[in-house]
Design a protein around this ligand. Sequence first.
Ligand code: SAH
Ligand code: SF4
Length: 358
Amino acid sequence: MNVRDTEVISGLLLKAGFKLVEKPDNADIVILNTCSVRQHAEDVVWSEIGVHKNGKIIGLVGCMAQNYKEQAFQRAPNGNFVVGPSDIAKIPHILKDLLKDKGILERKIWETDGLNRPEEIYHTGYYNDKNHAHLVISEGCSNFCAYCVVPYVRGPERHRRFTDIIKEAEQALDKGINKITLLGQNVNSYKSENADFKELLKRMNAMKDLKEFSFLTSHPKDTDVKLFDAMASLDKLSKWLHLPLQSASDRILKSMKRNYTKDYFLDLTKEYRKIVKGGTLTTDVIVGFPGEAEKDFQETFDLLKKIRFDAAYIFKYSPRPGTEADRTPDDVPQKEKERRHRLILDQQRSLAKKNAKS
Ligand code: SAH
Ligand code: SF4
């Protein structure tokens, strides 16, 4: 999502007459598009932002901007503007405004009240990759998983209009792009006035110049056999499903507010393997969520072995201020989180080898 947002910002700035440079050192303006999902991602930005001084205009954009709002200037006094994910369309105007005042780099501008992105921002025609386009089909998230900051920083789930999505896809294809990834925090819950996610997939598959397309990320609660049938039958659709498990302990899943159980998830993956023959299956897991006992961890460890994902991203739980889980103590010691993280990583490495062999 951030890769696409950065591209959108680049497109808007190019259209407004700015130029991209290869290295930040050569830039007059540096914009950091940021993530707040884990503390580590934020720490990297706080140290990175301090590096850029020397009279450059510095912008903090994306989820961290939304998270800290104008208070970001306290942590990063050399920053000039702070813009949340829903306000990125305003960046060219902010820059023009700042440049009018050249020499007054002390000026601070923040935009974090936006509710909706204007549709035009997706149609600048700028893509980083000449073969591959990322296409946002829904913004935000309304799931409020207990550990997650996304609904707070990216706002409630909003679906783009079906016709707008198709128009953007056609524009990308006209530019010679032949691969598209559909994006949403909860991509498979997509719905518009007259179509659902499977209909969108069918429509995409019918695009003449499209060679291959995929989607990211699916929530298990919105994933069903019909989606697998579509994946099996649509020839241009990648046989790849990223289905975040997070935990295989029903108790932890419940406190994470994930709305599914271990058995439901396991059955889903069995159906996937049966219907989408030879399909790739990947996942996300969080270790050390508050209250995760050894027994809960073991369930996750065992299920990962049983399902044998082709790849898994393993995260150590990181408390996010303002989220529901942050109201309970972060009671799994860091050392223990690291041990669980390592155990799963090691297991995953050997499973991946077995998968590759088979
Ligand atoms: N909308 C997607 C992506 C969410 S963020 C989804 O629901 O899967 C990507 C991953 O980051 C999540 O799947 C989760 O595994 C991880 N994550 C989110 N918040 C986290 C936190 N507070 N601590 C550790 N990992 C987290
Ligand atoms: Fe976060 Fe859950 Fe939404 Fe994914 S589905 S973005 S984990 S709240």
